[in-house]
Design a protein around this ligand. Sequence first.
Ligand code: PGA
Length: 248
Amino acid sequence: MVGNWKMNANHLEAIQMVQKLSYRLDPGDYDRVDVVVAPAFTALRSVQIVIEQDHMPIGLGAQDVHWEPEGAYTGEVSAPMLAKLGVGHVIVGHSERRQMFGETDETVNRKTRAVLDTGMVPVVCVGENLGEREEGRAEEVVIGQVRAGLNRNLGIGSVVVAYEPVWAIGTGRNALPDDAGVMAEMIRETMRDMADTDVAEGTRLLYGGSVNAGNIKDFMAKRHVDGALVGGASLDPDSFAAIVRYFR
Ligand code: PGA
């Protein structure tokens, strides 16, 4: 379960959020579910210190990265910088970045490579928008994004793929669990085709888009959905903890 905090919470608020989350989870929860929080860049160092000092079994994630390891890229943050901060997962190609910040399949591919090269796990986001779904092109779009993002079988055994239909993100309008299950199966099929069955079965597939404590169980019941990328509901430690404990 990955909590994507987006552009919310300054570093002081982020410290409180991760502390509250950890109070609400116990060792059994972490045995069953890997938990990752992805704060804004400005809060990464603070959250890292809290996680390390208190030995919290919570993973640290980043929301974006640049593909070059260093250089004249004003305002950007590199994969080696994130790795040095103890970041284990990096969200790549989130639809908000694709829509608002010019992210393309090509940059997703380069960023994914940079994250893998630095020993971290990319959480590669794919998903169709409303128009594409209404035109019946959802599957084609998503498969295209998976193939382009993981072009040349890029680290295909070491990535997490998040299926996030754009129309479901932050809208309160989640995908039907059945549809998410079908799409996840298709993504797995695509990975089988690109690599092999072991890689396909071993890849974690997440659903994202208006996940909350009330609907998480229905998504997790789908054979090919292994977890969730949670935005809004991850900002409230109570609801994110309830999502992590979906099996209770
Ligand atoms: P949401 O966001 O849960 O607020 O819909 C999901 C995401 O953008 O990862």
